[in-house]
Design a protein around this ligand. Structure first.
Ligand code: SAM
Length: 284
């Protein structure tokens, strides 16, 4: 089997199996070897690693992963791609293909079975329509994770990486930064994919923290607080949090907590760092 990752080999496989792209599954296959090599390099994969790939497509990146890793588990929802993957990956005995919706797979169980519960790496050119549930699901599920290296929509990569004061800063930035250190490692234009997506893309590596960078008494409450703060982005925290039904707080309580932190009463959520949200959450 020829290596994929260039337009002509990809077209040959698609024609051989008369494969039709399904828009609903966010299918944009990589056809640029430089981008593939860059992703693999940035994911820092070694022969010790067990890698989970989400959405292998026709197996383009899976071939690279299989060469570098000890073991690869590839989870693909589209049953029409399974015979193709069995073909394109037939040379590798270290790849397991699972035909399932990744959001329904018990990744903890998989990490236990395949890697004895040791931290795994996730590498993927993600289907963009479910980026946030996939990333948040992985981070919140307590799966032992070393890193997540993923292709996402450029705008989403920016949101994950931003800090206070930026228009892209929000609940996703804070959630990602609580669990991991995000670094955008490449920007990828639409012509590196087949078919071309309508948006720019970026590869972001999330290196997971062994321990969160801030101490929080009640994680769930902090994230409820963060969500409420950004639900009403233009409101001051005193008004936004004081009105949020989910929190059961009075405006006076919020104002007093902000004052004890030395923050102005008219401050908005978008100005607070993760450390400040943690402190506010602990105070409230
Ligand atoms: N990895 C391939 C590549 O880079 O060429 C394909 C990437 S494509 C952007 C996304 C892949 O995710 C598609 O193969 C699609 O069928 C698959 N996919 C979409 N939704 C999925 C889900 N819920 N669970 C697992 N795979 C999914």
């Amino acid at each position: 089997m020829a290596t994929l990752g260039n337009p002509s080999n990809t077209i040959e496989i698609l024609q051989k199996y008369q494969f039709h792209f399904q828009k609903k599954y966010g299918q944009n296959f990589l056809i640029d070897t430089h981008v593939l090599e860059k992703i693999i390099r940035e994911a820092q994969i070694t022969k010790e690693d067990c890698v989970i790939e989400i959405g292998p497509g026709i197996g383009t990146m899976t071939q690279y992963l299989a060469e570098q890793a000890r073991e690869v588990v590839a989870i693909e929802i589209d049953k029409n791609l399974i015979p193709i993957l069995q073909d394109t990956l037939s040379a590798y005995d270290n790849v397991t293909i699972i035909n399932e919706d990744v959001l329904k797979v018990d990744i903890n169980k998989l990490a236990e079975e395949k890697n004895g519960g040791r931290p795994i790496k996730v590498v993927a050119n993600l289907p963009y329509y479910i980026t946030t549930p996939i990333v948040m699901g992985l981070l919140e599920s307590r799966v032992p994770l070393d890193s997540i290296t993923i292709m996402v929509q450029k705008e989403v990569a920016d949101r994950m990486q931003e800090g206070p004061g930026s228009k892209d800063y929000g609940a996703l930035s804070l959630a990602v930064q609580y669990y991991a250190k995000p670094e955008i490692v490449a920007n990828v234009p639409p012509n590196c994919f087949m078919p071309r997506p309508n948006v720019g893309s970026a590869v972001i590596r999330l290196t997971c923290h062994e321990k969160p960078p801030v101490e929080v008494k009640n994680e769930k409450f902090m994230f409820d607080l963060i969500r409420a703060s950004f639900n009403q982005r233009r409101k001051t925290l005193v008004n936004g949090l004081g009105n949020a039904a989910s929190l059961n707080l009075t405006k006076e309580q919020v104002a007093a907590a902000l004052e004890s932190m030395g923050l102005p009463p008219a401050i908005r959520g978008e100005a607070l760092s993760l450390e400040q949200f943690a402190e506010l959450s602990n105070l409230l």
